[in-house]
Structure formats: C-alpha cells, structure tokens
Design a protein around this ligand. Structure first.
Ligand code: ADP
Ligand code: MG
Length: 153
C-alpha cells in the first residue's frame, strides 16, 4: 500500500496502525525501514512503539545506540544500522539475535542488511516536500491496517 502523509503526526498514526497490526499478527514481528536521513523512519517507529505502550519520547534517533531495547510485552527492539556501513559490519553486530526471537524488531537503514529476514514488513519512506512523505508498505494492504489508500486529509 502507498500513502502520503502531510505531518509527523500523520506518519506516527500510520506507525500506530502498523503496530496494532503487528500485535495481532502471529507471523510478522519484524519491520524493515528504508529511506534517507530525515525521511521519517524514527517518526514512524514512535507510532509503532506507542501501539505497544511505549512512550513516544522514549523512542529517539540516537544513532550511536545500535539497539534500543524497550521493556514491553513482547520486548521491543529499535535497531538503527546507520553507522554500520558494510554488510559484514551488520552481520558482525549480531542483529539476528533480535529477529524472530519472540520480540518485535523495527530496523532503520535496513538496506544495510545483506539478506532481508523472512516474515518482515518492508516500509519505504521518501521525502516529497518539507512536510510530505510517501510511505510504501509492502506485504500488507490498507484493509489489514485499517487505513484508506488515499492521502490523509
Ligand atoms: P529518519 O529517522 O528517517 O532520519 P526522523 O523521523 O528522525 O527521520 O525525522 C523526520 C523529520 O521530518 C522530523 O523532524 C519530522 O518532524 C519531519 N517531518 C515533517 N513532515 C513529516 C512527515 N509527514 N512525516 C514524518 N516526518 C516529518
Ligand atoms: Mg532515524
């Protein structure tokens, strides 16, 4: 599905709907985010995290922390691969310990993973203008997320 958002709040809302979907899905527990710096990946993750009862202010783009583990049920791992520039570095960082091992894993800069994990939702975010973002979510349709396939507002 493809959607255009026109504010950070709208992007958070899409994230929240995605989080609600993950919560109810027995199979999909990983979200891979693709997009440039400032696209809105962390903003969307704030929304995903809020579906698991995590405060938005506790989700930050502290790229020097590769894995931020949030206590939630199930555990919520916010992984940021920004600083890991090679596939080898990503492999060496042990990210597979967080994927499909009972927790939710949400990964920024997923293009840095050599081979995408199975059973993951891919989200591509592109900055269109100052306030507009195109969000493409692969593998889920609007109905499953409970949102309409039209720009918000
Ligand atoms: P990334 O994690 O992809 O580097 P961030 O989520 O940290 O991006 O930053 C996105 C920036 O863009 C924030 O400052 C946010 O306020 C701003 N922004 C403006 N419009 C939007 C929008 N529609 N969706 C998401 N972020 C937006
Ligand atoms: Mg970020």
């Amino acid at each position: 599905m493809r959607i255009i958002t026109r504010s950070p709040e709208d992007t958070e809302h899409i994230g929240f709907m995605l989080g609600t979907f993950l919560e109810s899905s027995a199979r999909i527990k990983t979200v891979l985010l693709y997009g440039d710096l400032g696209a809105g990946k962390t903003t969307l993750i704030k929304g995903v995290a809020s579906a698991f009862g995590i405060a938005k202010r506790d989700v930050s783009s502290a790229s020097f922390v590769m894995v931020a583990e949030h206590e939630a049920t199930p555990p919520f791992y916010h992984i940021d691969l920004y600083r890991l520039e090679s596939h080898e570095a990503v492999d060496a960082a042990g990210i597979w310990e967080y994927i499909d091992t009972g927790g939710i894993a949400v990964i920024e800069w997923a293009e840095r993973i050599a081979e995408a994990p199975d059973n993951a939702i891919k989200v591509h975010i592109t900055q269109l203008t100052d306030q507009e973002r195109e969000i493409i979510i692969y593998g889920v349709d609007c109905e499953a997320l409970g949102i309409q396939n039209v720009p918000l507002r």
